[in-house]
Design a protein around this ligand. Sequence first.
Ligand code: DLL
Length: 455
Amino acid sequence: DGQRLLRTAGGRAGKERLMNDVKINIWNPEMECMSRRDTEALQLERLKALVDYCDRNVAFYHKRLSEAGVTADKIKTLSDVQYIPYTTKADLRDTYPFGMFSVPQKQLVRIHASSGTTGKPIVSGYTQGDVDVWTEMMARTLSAAGGGADDIVQVSYGYGLFTGGLGAHQGAGKLGATVIPMSSGNTQRQINMLRAMGSTMLCCTPSYALLIGETVRDKGIDPESLRVRIGIFGAEPWTEDMRRRIEEKMGIDALNVYGLSEVMGPGVAMECMAKNGMHIWEDHFLPEVIGENGESLPYGEQGDLTFTTLTKHGMPLLRYRTHDLCTLIDEPCPCGRTHVRMGRVMGRTDDMLIIRGVNVFPSQIEHALLQVKGIEPHYHIVVDRQGTLDTIEVQVELSPNLMSDTIKDLETLEKKIVNSLASHALIHASVKLCQPGTLSRSEGKAVRVTDKRKL
Ligand code: DLL
């Protein structure tokens, strides 16, 4: 019947990190709990149809597939996907704006875009069928977090070209929940609505959730007096330590949601209440993890997450390299879903900092910082170069309830942070302790790094 009980940590009782019994909802048990054999058979059938569809409808793919000698009837097993050439972000930029679309404009009902930092944005086009699938994926997503018609869903992702706002909005509507389309920003008003409407679910970036939680406290409001019990947070990398901090501050279960505009938007993958990786909705997306030499890696190994969109019609993608680094997990999940999970995104290959030859991701720095008591999860990383040497400064905020602020105590704290950065992130950074509330806050995707070497 799509309902089960699962033991989980966090939530209202999360302050003591108790295990709670949580009711598990499954939106589409037939698809989400399908046997591996049936899932793979369905994927193979859809993959063949997709190759044929791309070949016939997108000039770009026709050329790529012909050059590689791939036709639909050459795909006999799922692993034959390896013969299909990759699609990259550069391909999307080169064919901007309409070159990857496979239907005439009149069949498109929506355009979204991601800003991109290098000039040309990346656009994504949807047919009505694509929007319907996306809506179901987001209904599954909210349902995996325990959402239903009784919920009041405050959508605090940005509305507009960014897919976060409308994506969550559509899914919550499909659930029959009451949607509050807040968009991001105006934090005081967010809190007024949380209180007045009694919102039970909050959808936003984890960094914005922190800001909302912090503002709630600053205004002297007891977080327990709010009815929010679930946060659906994503669109940027965050760590387990950050999850714990947010859950403690807000008294909620904080769950991770993943997606990207090119592939669809939010809801490509979602954590269930087991909080142990995000189920990729595999009846619609075929995931692979690719190693440095372009080879497909086995489950459990870290590499570049790559998707083939098995059912998209407006802008289908064959083996699209996301640049998100993670692993795939195929161990059974206690929630009963059979779709493989992706681990947390470590970072994007293009976010990786190389400091004096050492590779480091902002998420490793976040992890190292949050091991230390007395600081807040607000930080900023400044990279520079003096002569030929790279320098890295990590700015981090002191906790307002830090008991002591004698110079000696602060020096000890600073040393602890330096040591934690050295042991967990393998970098020798200088640390700048900042007064509470002084580092800039984010209402959408947080910008963690200023790299002056590139300025
Ligand atoms: O961020 C879609 C989205 C909206 C996802 C709301 C989740 C919630 P883009 O703006 O195209 O789309 O950015 C996609 O964001 O390739 C990842 O690098 C990053 N990202 C998204 N979700 C996560 C996550 C949306 N849960 C890019 N953890 C992706 C880490 C994430 N990174």
